[in-house]
Write a protein that binds this ligand. Structure first.
Ligand code: GLC
Length: 742
């Protein structure tokens, strides 16, 4: 018996010891990938010193911030941009580091994605770019941008998703989800009312609440509340007198309090402008600050950041507490536990065939057919003369921080030569920009030209003699003042004398297919001189193939304009200098810009004023035809805050498979405030075989009937009858019905 007891005691002792060892081996909660994230956050926070916390709040290099080596908490690495993963840079440089394995897939610019009106394309886009960020070991993607196209002249319209907050909101959500599925944070930018590049560091946007809530905030709100964005980037400009990177109303009252944002607010690079406001006004991470005289790579430049030593001194001497500090660090830890320290994070993929395929598909899906007398699709075009610098100019490089380095970029000319071989001849027609590099990334092209404008036109006209068809490829090119970060455009019309080229070519009597490549609206008074007209975009690595897919009919075009193409700037809502680009006022050192037009921008302006446009918001043609009918709106739930279902039938009445973008607009009754005659509140992209018809349902909610009552600070809908209109563009809505708001 004694023996048994002895053995049992021995076994118990061994187990206890083992347990103790096991207990010693128990990992800290913050390192336990299976622990709830908030427990990990609190555990890590409790282990950090004040110095370690402050170090996390600001950059340590151009695109990274410190972790906590002692605790095994990694640094946070950010990367541009919205269209692809920026090439690696040296520690404190903007120029590329010259790596040989960081040439990414360049996806189409976001105006192209918006023009696809296809939520699945947005998810595909986000997922692919997120995989590439993951593979390049980046934790935060500095994009997408969702600033609203308030003026066609804004230099960065090409990085954004058009003039309508509903479209931008619907397209940003799947993009954000797609990115974050990879354990990479999307950092939605530039928050907020950063609607121009002119004096972007010193312009104070003066905007009333209703306009903010109805136009300039919704896409960001959707990204946060529906997309679950883990990061937001504050913008350079000021809003109602305070810099946006530490704007209390924007970051604390709206973003974090009203919307419940639990992620990180990151400054734009150099957007943090003083020591005190960032502490209390919602900034969490400070990047790119132009330190006080310690420019560039000075070793201790980063310690001079506003949220570095100056903050530490304030804490140490008791001027500020640590409540805000802990909130900031909680958010950064949450970001880290969602990204680099997340469970089940895969390794991503980089420049794989599927990514190139996705880039090509999005480029084609976003292409908008604006006019076609039957010359498209190109079936047996005979000899084609391609004219225009945009047929050969590689556009992935340039444009500012969204510039990329890719292994290759297919130009429109190359794609057409692949398609039609010797039957394609080329003439430049005009000289736009001979720039071929940015941040030490070069396209390798030589665009130098010695001929005069007249000689170039003459050569193109002469060449037209031997051609059966002309394809003109022009537009803008992401160089200064031509869709470019840091500079707005100076005109709505085509630059570089392109209109003269088009007119000279039209005079030859040859059929012309004109392709305008741009990221913002371009005036097209010459549209009547061409037989077909296509709005193309900065299509990325596969841009040429995407365009050729549409021109040849391999892809039936289904893009719709994400912005209005006006006949002239003068027709637009920005009539005064104080509206744009803003004015210097007595005693004020910042440019004051007044959003006097309120909610009336884009089609909200043109439709309400009854001003004819060149091509309206939402417009686009197909190689087939569609019919929309049987519109019904039924209340799907009882009560004032009911949901509505809009049902209708779409039929492909042509002989070719294709996709229609059914758009649903709401027209309000008389209201206490001036409201646009109609606003986009629903859409669906419907792919139909020739002859096929389908009933679709588009949800509407009471919210979709509302305007923002600034006085009461709430959404409200005047009682009465609301007209629901459906069609294929903002000014072609053939079917309608009504619903009542009580
Ligand atoms: C730039 C841009 C921003 C970019 C950042 C880092 O100035 O405004 O979009 O992500 O700096 O390059």
């Amino acid at each position: 018996m004694k023996k048994i007891l002895y053995v049992l005691a021995l076994v118990a002792a061994v187990c206890a010891c083992g347990k103790k060892k096991h207990a010693e081996r128990h990992i800290a909660t913050y390192l336990d990938l299976s622990a709830p994230i908030e427990e990990r956050v609190e555990d890590a926070l409790s282990r950090m010193t004040t110095e370690e916390k402050v170090k996390m709040l600001h950059a340590q290099s151009k695109f990274s911030s410190a972790g906590v080596e002692r605790l095994g908490i990694p640094e946070v690495w950010c990367t541009d941009g919205p269209h692809g993963i920026r090439p690696e840079v040296l520690w404190d440089e903007w120029n590329q580091a010259g790596w040989t394995n960081d040439s990414c897939t360049a996806y189409p610019a976001l105006t192209c994605l918006a023009a696809s009106w296809d939520r699945e394309m947005a998810e595909l886009y986000g997922n692919c770019i997120g995989e590439e960020a993951r593979y390049r070991k980046k934790d935060v993607l500095l994009g997408p941008g969702v600033n609203i196209c308030r003026t066609p002249l804004n230099g960065r319209n090409f990085e954004y998703m058009g003039e309508d907050p509903f479209l931008a909101g619907e397209m940003v959500v799947p993009y954000v989800k797609g990115v974050q599925e990879n354990g990479v944070a999307a950092c939605v930018k530039h928050f907020a009312v950063n609607n121009q590049e002119t004096k972007r560091h010193s312009t104070n946007s003066i905007v009333d609440d209703r306009t903010m809530y109805e136009i300039y905030l919704p896409a960001f709100k959707a990204a946060v509340q529906k997309g679950g964005a883990w990061a937001i980037m504050g913008s350079y400009n000021l809003y109602n007198g305070q810099y946006n990177c530490h704007n209390k109303k924007l970051l604390c009252d709206i973003l974090k309090d009203e919307w419940g944002f639990d992620g990180v607010v990151i400054s734009d690079w150099g957007g943090c402008r003083n020591d005190d406001e960032p502490i209390t006004n919602g900034l969490d991470m400070e990047f790119g600050t132009w330190t006080n005289g310690l420019q560039g790579a000075a070793s201790n430049g980063y310690d001079a950041y506003h949220m570095a030593n100056p903050y530490l001194e304030r804490i140490r001497d008791g001027r500020v507490g640590t409540t805000e500090l802990d909130d900031k660090v909680r958010r950064i830890l949450r970001l880290i536990f969602r990204t680099s320290m997340a469970p089940e994070r895969h390794f991503g993929r980089f420049t794989c065939p599927e990514h190139y395929e996705a880039a090509r598909k999005i480029a084609a899906e976003g292409t908008v057919l604006l006019k076609n007398d039957g010359v498209l699709p190109l079936e047996n075009p005979g000899k084609i003369l391609v004219v225009g610098e945009n047929a050969i100019k590689k556009m992935v490089v340039g444009g500012g921080s969204s510039s990329l380095k890719t292994r290759y970029e297919v130009t429109p000319l190359e794609a057409l030569q692949e398609e039609f071989g010797e039957n394609v001849i080329y003439e430049r027609g005009y000289v736009g920009s001979t720039e071929t590099s940015y941040n030490n990334v070069s396209t390798g092209e030589n665009l130098e030209e010695t001929r005069s404008a007249e000689e170039l036109i003459a050569a193109a006209v002469a060449a037209a003699e031997q051609a059966d068809l002309i394809v003109f490829v022009g537009g803008l090119n992401k160089s200064k003042n031509q869709d470019n970060e840091g500079s707005d455009r100076l005109q709505l019309t085509l630059p570089y004398g392109q209109q003269e080229v088009i007119e000279a070519l039209a005079a030859t009597g040859k059929k012309i297919v004109a392709v305008n490549i741009s990221g913002s609206p371009v005036a097209m008074p010459w549209a009547d001189k061409v037989n077909a007209l296509v709005q193309g975009w900065y299509g990325g690595t596969e841009s040429g193939h995407g365009l050729a897919d549409v021109l040849t009919g391999r892809v039936n075009p289904s893009g719709r304009l994400p912005f209005t193409i006006p006949c002239s700037l003068e027709d637009g809502p920005l009539k005064t200098e104080r509206q744009y680009p803003g004015v210097i006022e007595e005693g004020k050192d910042k440019v004051q810009e007044y959003y006097d037009e309120g909610v009336f921008i884009g089609y909200r302006w043109y439709a309400t004023q009854g001003i004819a446009t060149q091509f309206p918001f939402g417009y686009g043609l197909s190689y087939t035809t569609f019919e929309i009918s049987n519109l019904k709106a039924t209340r799907s739930r009882v009560g004032r805050l009911g949901e509505f279902k809009v049902k209708l039938t779409v039929k492909n009445t042509g002989d070719r498979d294709g996709a229609e973008v059914v758009q649903v607009y709401v027209a309000p009754p008389e209201s206490p405030v001036a409201r646009p005659v109609r606003e986009l509140k629903g859409f669906a992209k419907v792919y139909l075989k020739a002859g096929e018809s389908r009933q679709i349902s588009i949800p509407l909610s009471y919210q979709d009937l509302c305007y923002f009552d600034a006085e009461a600070h709430k959404w409200t809908a005047a009682p009465g009858e609301y007209t629901i209109l459906a069609g294929d563009s903002s000014d072609h809505l053939p079917v309608s019905t009504t619903i009542k708001a009580v």
